[in-house]
Ligand binder design. Structure first.
Ligand code: SF4
Ligand code: SF4
Ligand code: SF4
Length: 302
């Protein structure tokens, strides 16, 4: 199989996972031809390929052209990592105007030849048809290996599944508990459901696959890096902010409005990886719209 691996605007973290595949990486490049991978090889042109794995988000006109080229030249296109699948942490840029972001980074100097930026960051499937998704920031080597094996047998892994809670090994404490609280304010208890203990855990709204790494293994709340669960994507009445407030309210006996008022940074709490996902903008209760530049009108990145 001819394979392309490439980045748009990204931290390259998802591509780096290939190097963590250890023996499987050698088997993969032995059985397939890496026809285009600018991180690894000095290829000028992308040839026609059977499979293209695309990391990151389209940030400027050059990326946009690359995305179209990928769709034309690849039989199957995979969104690799949460940036490509849902916008990822880069989607936080959608809070600000492009002008204020550029000024904050480069000052008021005009940069000759700089490519035109996009007005709003969006996931890859907002531009082209995507055949399969592997979210994660980055996806674990085990997830990537299993995903590649499925792709190489001709299967197209589907975008559905359960939540992080389904994989979590903790038990529920007696309610009510104090909260809402953060791990900077109190040490999370071990072996206890952190959301029931009043901590802001995104596990119930986040797709499974990581083995509940953070709550089960490290004892810290899930931040949602695998992106929204299938239910969050398909149920228009499910607003992530409202749902978290409802659960914390139930666990702590605090009024829902008071829970929401106590969360000082709702974007980083609820939408750290998903602010760019258009589906979450179309919620009955407002979804991400109040936080987006031009809709919620923040605009200034300074
Ligand atoms: S998903 Fe995470 S690891 Fe992958 S490119 Fe985006 S920020 Fe980097
Ligand atoms: S700790 Fe978080 S992920 Fe685990 S069961 Fe509780 S809410 Fe779900
Ligand atoms: S528990 Fe949550 S934040 Fe941690 S790896 Fe899994 S999805 Fe990501």
């Amino acid at each position: 199989m001819q394979v392309a691996i490439l980045s748009l605007s990204s931290c390259l973290g998802c591509q780096m996972v290939f190097l963590n595949l250890e023996e499987y990486f050698y088997a993969f490049i032995g059985d397939n031809r890496i026809a285009y991978a600018p991180l690894l090889m000095d290829h000028r042109e992308m040839p026609n390929v059977d499979l293209a794995l695309v990391e990151g988000t389209a940030r400027n006109a050059g990326h946009f052209l690359k995305v179209r080229e990928v769709r034309e030249k690849a039989e199957r296109v995979v969104a690799l990592g949460t940036c490509a699948c849902f916008g990822g942490v880069q989607g936080l840029a959608n809070r600000f105007s492009e002008e204020s972001l550029l000024e904050g980074r480069f000052g008021t100097e005009t940069i000759e030849g700089a490519p035109q930026g996009v007005r709003r960051l969006l996931p890859l499937d907002s531009y082209i048809r995507v055949d399969a998704y592997l979210p994660g920031c980055p996806p674990s080597p085990e997830l990537l290996r299993d995903f590649l094996q499925l792709l190489l047998t001709g299967s197209t892994p589907v975008r559905e599944g359960s939540t992080v809670c389904a994989e979590c090994t903790v038990v529920s404490p007696q309610l009510p508990q104090p909260g809402p609280r953060r791990i900077t304010e109190a040490a999370p208890p071990t072996g206890i459901c952190l959301l029931d203990a009043g901590f802001l855990c995104m596990g119930p709204l986040t797709r499974d696959g990581c083995g509940a790494l953070c709550p089960s293994t490290m004892g810290v709340p899930c931040r949602g890096c695998r992106g929204p669960s299938s239910r969050v994507l398909t149920d228009p009445s499910l607003d992530m902010e409202e749902e978290t407030a409802r659960r914390i309210s139930r666990a702590t006996g605090t009024k829902r409005e008071d829970v929401k008022a106590a969360i000082k940074d709702p974007v980083h709490t609820h939408y750290l990886f998903t602010l760019a996902e258009p589906i979450l903008r179309r919620r009955r209760r407002g979804g991400t719209a109040p936080y987006l530049y031009r809709l919620g009108e923040r605009g200034s990145g300074r």
